[in-house]
Design a protein around this ligand. Structure first.
Ligand SMILES: [Zn+2]
Length: 454
């Protein structure tokens, strides 16, 4: 059943009736596939979505009943009615078969395309800092750079969550998942990115991939130009080369310099997950990689995007601590069952009252035995879930730190804010591991205080 909730706080309002639910699903389906709603359904769709829009309510989808969080559907005013959309930074994407997962832009040329060739490659020479810092317009025609597209794929595949990443024992397996996730992002009308995405270097080395791209390009719809994507693990990146030193891992020569993350002028070390854009050679004789972004990831087992070596250390240690908490027998006994721990590395700003914020990490714990009556006094602390926001201080430049300070009140809306002292990560008495150990104890205590069976 679809639930009506308050925006942001997700406080329960009511459940939709069967007819209302059908109207929402049908309404979404015709927006994606074309066609018209029956007049009666149209009326129900309009009244339900308008009432929700006016009251600033969202809907929670029911396509993932076993997950600790439900995907959010936001009623969005467009000319001529209300459309049902997902938050651009949705922490929880829908199930693969869910109609609300689909983007309405799939249907026509008026939509938004994740086609890298529509976007001017950013200038790596004059670039100061971070290409992702460059805002991309959600309303304009500009298409985000490959760095942004890669994050979209990662998020859709849920590889930015510990629970999501742990489903796969090796990169080959999570790359398959990433490819599946790319189905949600069209590069042209009715062409999902997954159709032109290659995640196996062996396929790219053979002629098979070019033949497939040629074939697809012949029946390419009007609109954005034919394109393709390459995506796999990069162990080294230098100039125009990906895996130049590790050719067996899939060497790619890019026609423009490969871009990546820099800290104080130094490129962050690998491993990376790269996304390269393919375009047809000018003489039509084949395909070449024209731009690529190498995103540093925590490790081959944990493809969380990281922005620095420090952050990599932090993420790997934190993941270890969360696994410890999961397996903590004493905690299990005190809580009367196994709590679920979901660690997430947010990739896009989280929308909250007063703006947005991007915390370093979010930990959501779900009470053993599932939902219980909700506490009214603290909407973010619904009684079956506890959320913790982890922030590492002192690693960026002063200006960056200042802006972080400003967003901390916003982060407190997402959960209990826990700060780490990044400058002391290497110290003997307050190093990273010691800080995390204290935090894990604090979280365990907090959970017991909230939920222990008395
Ligand atoms: Zn859904």
């Amino acid at each position: 059943m679809i639930e009506v909730v308050k925006a942001f706080t997700l406080e329960h309002i009511r459940w939709l009736g069967p007819l209302e639910e059908e109207a929402l699903r049908e309404g979404k389906r015709v927006k994606v596939e074309g066609g018209k709603l029956e007049p009666e359904m149209r009326m129900i769709y309009d009244s339900v979505t308008k009432a929700a829009r006016d009251a600033n309510f969202w809907f929670l989808c029911d396509c993932l009943p076993d997950e600790p969080e439900q995907p959010v559907i936001v009623p969005f005013q467009i000319p001529g009615g209300i459309s049902l959309r997902n938050r651009p930074n949705a922490p929880m994407p829908h199930d693969g078969g869910c109609v609300f997962r689909l983007r309405e832009s799939l249907q026509g040329a008026s939509g938004y395309f994740f086609n890298p060739l529509l976007h001017e490659p950013y200038d790596t020479q004059s670039k100061k800092g971070d290409p992702e810092g460059k805002p991309w317009s959600r309303t304009g025609r500009s298409v985000p750079p490959v760095a942004h597209v890669l994050k979209c794929f990662i998020q859709e595949a849920r590889l930015h969550t510990l629970a999501g990443a742990e489903r796969f024992p090796s990169p080959a397996e999570w790359l398959v998942e990433l490819k599946n996730a790319a189905a949600a992002f069209p590069v042209a009308p009715k062409v999902p990115a997954s159709e032109v995405l290659f995640t196996d270097p062996a396929v790219w080395r053979s002629d098979e991939s070019r033949e497939r791209l040629d074939e697809r390009a012949q029946s390419w719809p009007k609109g954005p130009p034919p394109c393709g994507y390459l995506c796999w693990v990069a162990h080294d990146v230098e100039g125009h080369d990906i895996n130049g030193e590790n050719r067996d891992a899939g060497h790619v020569r890019v026609t423009s310099p490969v871009d990546s993350k820099f800290v104080y002028g130094n490129m962050v070390e690998g491993p990376y997950l790269f996304l390269g854009a393919l375009e047809q050679c000018e003489d039509g004789s084949g395909w070449e990689c024209c731009m690529a972004w190498a995103q540093p990831i925590a490790s081959l087992e944990l493809p969380f995007p990281v922005d620095s070596g420090y952050e990599r250390r932090f993420m790997l240690s934190l993941a270890g601590r969360v696994r410890d908490l999961r397996g903590d027998r004493e905690l299990e006994e005190a809580l009367g069952g196994v709590a679920e721990f979901e660690l997430r590395r947010p990739l896009f700003p989280e929308g909250v009252h007063g703006g947005s914020c991007v915390p370093d990490a979010l930990l959501t714990v779900t009470r053993p035995g599932g939902p219980a009556p909700r506490a009214r006094d603290d909407p973010f602390d619904d009684s079956d879930k506890a959320r913790y926001v982890l922030e590492v201080m002192g690693l960026g430049d002063p200006e960056y730190e200042k802006s972080k300070e400003k967003t901390h009140p916003r982060m407190e809306q997402l959960g209990r804010l826990i700060r780490l002292e990044g400058r002391q990560f290497g110290s003997a008495h307050n190093g990273l591991e010691q800080q995390l150990e204290r935090i894990a104890r604090r979280i365990a205590k907090d959970l017991i205080w909230r939920w222990a069976e008395s």
